[in-house]
Every structure is written in C-alpha cells, then in structure tokens.
Design a protein around this ligand. Structure first.
Ligand SMILES: NC(=O)c1ccc[n+]([C@@H]2O[C@H](COP(=O)([O-])OP(=O)(O)OC[C@H]3O[C@@H](n4cnc5c(N)ncnc54)[C@H](O)[C@@H]3O)[C@@H](O)[C@H]2O)c1
Ligand SMILES: C[C@@H](O)[C@H](N)C(=O)O
Length: 404
C-alpha cells in the first residue's frame, strides 16, 4: 500500500460476475450445480437425502456435460462433514496473495489461511487475518509452521518475476528453484495439496505462439521461465513418484487494481491505468503490436480456487494452460480512449520487449475448459471499465483525504 493511502475495497464485478458463489455454515465451499440448479445441503439430514438423490441427478448431469467441475456440488453432498483445509500461502504480499487469502478466508474462515512473506505487513494485512514471516529458503521455519498449524494445503507464490529475475539471476535461482525444492519436499513429507502457479513465460521462442497448446516445446529464454518449467516438471515427477497432489496453472499476465505487479513483462497493462487517470498519458515499454495473454485478477483467483477444490478425478493432467483475454498495447489504449478520449500513448520498447517477443500471444486452454470447467468471465471491455472505475475512485478518495 502506498504510504498514507487507503486502499478501497476492490469492486468485484459483484453479483453480475459471481452469481453462483455461496458459502455455507460449516465453512464448506458448496455451490448450487450450474446445470441442474439444485442448491447444496444445509444440514446433515438434508445432506443424506441429497446424497442418494445426487447419485441419479449427478449421473444425469455428467452424461449431459461430461466430467465437468461445474457439477461437483451435486456430488459434494458426500463431503459435508470433511474438515476445511488449513492453508499456507508463501510470497503472499505480492500482487496475488492478499486477494487469494481474502477469497479463501471468505470460504473457509479467517484463521484457516496463513499468509506469509518476508515483507513487513501493513496494519491492514494484520487486521485481515494471520500473517507470519517466512523466508522460502528457510526449510526448518516452514516445516515448523506446517506442523504447528496443521497445514493441509499450500499455495506457493514466492518468486522473482520475469523482468526482475533477469536483473538478478542469482537471487532468482535461489528463490525460484531452491525455494521450490523446499516446498516440494515439505508438501511430500506432510502430504499437502500443493498449488504452484506457472506462467506464459514457461514457453519460449520455439513454442507455437498463437495458440500455444498445453503440450509443446518449452525452451524459455528467461531464468524465470526456466525456473517455472523446472517447477512444472518437478511437480509432475513428485506426483508420479510419490503421489503428491500437485496442481499447476500457466497463468497469463494478471491485471489488478488494488495490488501492484511485482516486476514482470506484463506489468504495463496495470501501470497504463494508473497513468491514464493521473496524467492522461502513458509511455509503454512494449511495442504497440505486442500481443500477450492477460487475465483480470478475479478470474485468476477464482481459477486457482476452483482447480484446488476440484475433484482429483477430473484432473487429467497436473499442469494446465489458462487463457482469458489477449490484447496489444494499442488495442488496450483504444479501449481506454472509449472512456477517456484525450488519453495518449507513446512507445519506447526496452529489454522487456525481447522477453515478450518470445511469449505466447494466445494460450490454448481447451483442456482446462473441458476437464474442470474453466471459464473466464471478464473480457477486455469489462476489465477496462472495472480498472478505470476503481482507480478513479481510489485516486479521488485519497486526494480528498490529503485536501482535508
Ligand atoms: N502476477 C502475474 O501476472 C503472474 C502471472 C503468472 C504467474 N505468476 C506467478 O504467481 C506467483 C505470485 O505472483 P505475484 O504477481 O503475486 O508475484 P509478486 O512478485 O508480486 O510477489 C512475490 C512475493 O514473493 C516474495 N518473496 C521474494 N523472495 C522471497 C523469499 N525468499 N521468501 C518468501 N517470499 C519471498 C516477495 O516479497 C513478494 O511479495 C508467482 O509465482 C508468479 O510467478 C504471476
Ligand atoms: C506473465 C507473468 O509471469 C508475469 N506477470 C511476468 O510478466 O513476469
């Protein structure tokens, strides 16, 4: 958080975007089945009754739509008495961690999620729920936390992203590779369900770029990409060899309003909104025609929760591409101009252009859509509207506070 500024609650695209999300009394993440519309049970008796019913209805749903995660609430009547997970998030004070923690806390309870990082937390972070210092390179400290807190799920976010990784290769190797080894070993030892995000950066100049399939050549040209391919392969290996419940999504560039990106090649697509509101102008470090896959943070966080909650039988692979939208800086600027006609963009490509030139333009995520029901909800026009709305409000609000 910028010093002295208040971060307003982010406008989730709200009911319009999450019509199906309901959290139930026992902290269980049950939702009405999107196809048959039955609501999940609210009592043990109702659960037993629905369990027998769900056998037939569930089968009907499955035969209509194939094995889709959208139907898991039909069969999830069977897990009403299961304990909610106890979740640890590493590298949680970056762009993605706080939003994920708040989403998981809403589903499983405030104390079910422990956010960790090496950064000093703001008062708001501490108020939101448990926060602990944890250096990903400190195996013993992580081990102690997993044991004492009875952790069952881990989201491993600590990493140096593509642009900062290129500026400090030695540190990227330690955090992204040594850190991952610690996490994998602990997840294996303590039988954790482990989510590690991968990235479009796990592909390289020899991968097909439009669309990029799940299974193809992966020879990235950044240390970030190399470390993520390593993470994918290690996860698949630990899954095969030790049965580790490893789950991984290759994420596009994430666009968020209430958190800042941590030094990637796709960061322009967040900075552009701040500069549009403050100065009506932006100097872009990528060429105008650089097309990259992107995703709005709400879609991204929802995907991670959905894949972690997903019945393992639906997962036919451990690593999935995730696609939402794709645009170039020129296309994004054009969309911003629909709301702000005097917005100006200029281009001055730097070293990040070479990185972007090797990355996919569009990911083929048909397997994620077919296997566990992935569907993005926010398209580019919605995203631009949400970002401009939120940030205008944010800057006006903070300017008002300074003036008063
Ligand atoms: N944001 C995106 O666009 C995007 C896209 C694809 C994949 N991902 C992946 O998602 C994950 C989270 O991304 P993000 O955008 O929040 O990253 P970020 O750079 O914003 O945050 C990373 C966090 O890791 C922490 N960290 C660094 N060194 C550490 C250490 N030694 N021990 C513990 N923590 C340490 C940092 O303090 C930081 O808060 C990363 O693994 C990233 O590769 C992100
Ligand atoms: C794409 C993603 O991994 C990150 N935003 C980066 O640009 O490095």
């Amino acid at each position: 958080e910028p010093a002295g500024q208040t971060i307003l609650p982010r406008p989730h695209a709200g009911v319009r975007i999450y019509p199906d999300r309901i959290v139930y009394g026992r902290n269980l993440p049950l939702r009405p089945c999107l196809s048959c519309r039955r609501r999940p049970p609210t009592s043990r008796a109702e659960s037993a009754e629905m369990l027998s019913l769900s056998r037939s209805i569930g089968r009907r749903c499955l035969s209509r739509f194939g094995q889709s995660a959208l139907h898991r609430s039909c069969s999830s009547t069977a897990v009403v008495d299961q304990e909610p997970p106890k979740i640890l998030i590493t590298g949680g004070l970056g762009q993605l961690g706080r939003g994920l923690a708040s989403r998981l806390r809403a589903r499983y309870g405030r104390s079910s999620v422990i956010l960790t990082d090496i950064l000093k937390p703001t008062a708001a972070v501490v108020k939101d729920g448990p926060y602990r210092f944890a250096d990903i390179l400190d195996f013993k400290l992580l081990q102690e936390m997993i044991v004492n807190e009875r952790i069952t799920w881990m989201f491993h976010f600590s990493a140096l992203l593509s642009a900062v990784g290129e500026q400090n290769t030695a540190l990227a190797l330690r955090v992204n590779i040594e850190g991952l080894h610690n996490v994998m070993e602990l997840a294996k030892q303590y039988d954790l369900r482990l989510f590690v995000p991968s990235t479009i950066g796990a592909f390289g100049p020899t991968s097909p770029r439009n669309p990029t399939p799940d299974l193809t050549v992966q020879k990235p040209s950044t240390i970030y990409g190399v470390s993520k391919v390593h993470a994918e392969l290690m996860g698949e290996y630990y899954h095969r060899k030790f049965g580790l419940d490893f789950r991984c999504l290759r994420l596009p560039g994430v666009i968020s309003a209430d958190t800042a990106p941590g030094g990637g090649t796709t960061d322009y697509a967040v900075h552009i909104f701040h500069e549009a509101i403050r100065n009506r102008a932006y100097k872009c470090y990528l060429r105008e025609d650089t097309r990259l896959p992107m995703i709005y943070i709400d879609d991204c966080l929802r995907a991670m929760v959905e894949v972690m909650e997903c019945d393992p039988r639906l997962l036919k692979q451990r690593v999935y591409n995730l696609q939402a939208i794709s645009f170039t800086p020129a296309e994004l600027a054009k969309e911003i101009r629909r709301h702000m006609s005097n917005f100006q963009i200029t281009y001055e490509p730097d070293f990040r252009q070479q990185i972007a030139d090797t990355w996919p333009q569009v990911l083929d995520d048909s397997r994620a859509r077919a296997d566990w029901g992935w569907k993005h909800l926010v398209d580019t026009p919605d995203l631009v509207e949400l970002m401009l709305q939120y940030l205008s409000h944010h800057y006006e609000f903070n300017a008002g506070r300074v003036a008063n």
